[in-house]
Design a protein around this ligand. Sequence first.
Ligand code: GTP
Ligand code: MG
Length: 206
Amino acid sequence: NPLQGAQFVLAAHRISQLPADQGAEVAFAGRSNAGKSSALNALTGHRGLARTSKTPGRTQQMVAFSLPPLPPVAGEAPFDARLIDLPGYGYAKVPEDLRAHWKTEIDAYLHQRRSLRGVVLIADIRHPLKEFDRMMLDFCFATALPCHLLLTKADKLSRSQAMQTVAAMRRQFAAEERQATVQGFSSSAPTGVDEARARVLELLRQ
Ligand code: GTP
Ligand code: MG
C-alpha cells in the first residue's frame, strides 16, 4: 500500500499555513460527518491518523499528511505527494463566522493551489449530492479538476441497494456529461478501499 507511509504534517487554519505548494496533492472534501477522516484512515491503513468523531464538525482545520515519495512512473522522478483533509462543510452548529471563514479558505484553496491534482468528494451513500456536494462537483467540472466521488457508509445499505445507488449516480453523471468517477465505499466494512486507493494514486500521478 503506497499510501501506508502517510504522516501527519500540520493542521492549518488558513491556506497560507499549508506546506509549500509543490509536488502533488489530493484533497478530501465533503459535508460534516460524511466520513472524510475515516476514509483517509482506511486508505492509508492507519486507524488513528486523521481524527474521527461521532460529533459532526470534528475537523475544523485543513490537515496535511505527507506520503513517502511515490514509486516513479516510467521515466519520472519520485515527487512529493500529500493528502489534505478539509474541514467538513454544512454543519449548523459551527458558528457562522467560522463557517464563513472556511467557505472563503476552501474556495481560495481550490482556486489557487497549484499542486492540487484532484478532489475525493465523500458523501453518505444514503444522502448523496446535497447542496455542498453539487457545488463541489460544479466547481470541479468548471475548472476541469478531476473528482472522485466516494459514496461511503455503504455498509448501511444492502449490497444491492448500494450497487443501485452507485449505478444511478453513474448514469446521472453520464447524462450530465460530468467526468467525475463514482464508487461505493465503506471505511468500517471495509469495502472499495483498494479501488479508491488506486484512484487516489492515479490522481496524484497525472
Ligand atoms: P468532520 O470532520 O466532522 O467533517 O467529519 P468526517 O467527514 O471526517 O467524518 P468522520 O470520519 O469523523 O466520521 C463521522 C462518523 O461516521 C463517525 O462516527 C464514524 O465512525 C462514522 N463513519 C465513517 N465512515 C463510516 C462507514 O464507512 N460506515 C459506518 N457505518 N460509519 C462510518
Ligand atoms: Mg473529519
